[in-house]
Design a protein around this ligand. Structure first.
Ligand SMILES: C[S@@+](CC[C@H](N)C(=O)[O-])C[C@H]1O[C@@H](n2cnc3c(N)ncnc32)[C@H](O)[C@@H]1O
Length: 257
């Protein structure tokens, strides 16, 4: 027998399609193409690219694509089902889409005792410290890019009816905001800061707060700067949990020790 989809799943599906722009098919401002293309709309929108987070949407509130949004939902539903304690965070939020989904999942399941932490400079990418992190040379020309103000991100939460006191902003550079962030425990730690240093700072200050059974999600494993930071941290901490692939760049693992 086929059971109808639940209202919760219908809401979350619609939320993800809306956050990624799959409904409105908005034009991309940048594309990271692969292979041959078909079905390209006159405005440059390619469904396959948006599903896999291979473009930067002109208007939509997340750039990570449907597969990685699905992964956020999966990780959150798993920690809720397994009663893994802790809050949820994304470090590097741009227009806020991934964190809006986190808040939407909590709302959909009536969870009132967990916070969604929204960490960003709200001034775009940092000036890379190439002396200490030579791989961040790649990012030198991108300082200030991807800047979206905190006011704009708050407004985006409000547009979905999801701005309330379970949403906590951590404005500033990770190296300054994360060491003393008033976060006790995390169940899901999502990293999307692109640079080596941004990734390492987030892992250094937040991974120790991740509950056993919690998830760490890395958006930018396809970028050398981020991948190397993750590998260096895993080696230094002897982290052995296998890395699971989400799509061409997103990965995650579940903390077991
Ligand atoms: C690729 S975007 C994030 C995309 C977003 N997760 C989404 O759903 O579309 C990267 C973000 O990381 C932020 N960022 C990168 N390094 C940072 C740092 N060291 N401190 C604070 N913010 C940083 C940038 O401001 C930018 O908003």
């Amino acid at each position: 027998m086929n059971f109808p989809a639940s209202p919760t799943q219908l809401y979350l599906d619609l939320l993800k399609k809306s956050l990624s722009g799959l409904i409105y098919e908005d034009a991309p401002s940048q594309v990271f193409p692969i292979g041959l293309l078909t079905a390209k709309a006159p405005n440059g929108f390619v469904r396959l690219f948006r599903e896999h987070g291979r473009d930067v949407p002109g208007c939509a509130h997340s750039s990570i694509g449907l597969r990685r949004l699905d992964n956020i939902q999966y990780c959150l539903e798993t920690v809720l089902q397994d009663s893994i304690p802790g809050d949820l965070i994304e470090t590097g939020v741009w227009r806020g889409g991934a964190t809006i989904l986190m808040r939407g999942v909590l709302k959909a399941y009536g969870i009132t005792d967990r916070q969604v932490w929204v960490a960003d400079s709200f001034e775009g990418l940092p000036v890379p410290d190439t002396k200490h992190y030579p791989l961040d040379q790649f990012w030198v020309k991108n300082t200030g890019k991807l800047a979206v103000t905190q006011q704009e991100v708050s407004r985006n939460f409000a547009l979905y009816g999801l701005l309330d006191d379970q949403v906590r902003f951590l404005p500033g550079w990770f190296k300054e905001t994360l060491p003393d962030a008033p976060i006790e425990r995390l169940a899901v730690l999502r990293l999307d800061g692109d640079l080596y240093q941004s990734t390492l700072d987030a892992l250094t200050h937040l991974y120790p707060k991740l509950s056993l059974g919690g998830f760490v999600i890395i958006d930018d494993f396809g970028l050398e700067s981020c991948r190397q930071a993750v590998n260096d941290y895993r080696n230094a901490q002897a982290i052995k949990e296998p890395i699971q692939t989400i799509d061409w760049t997103g990965v995650y693992w579940r903390r077991s020790v």
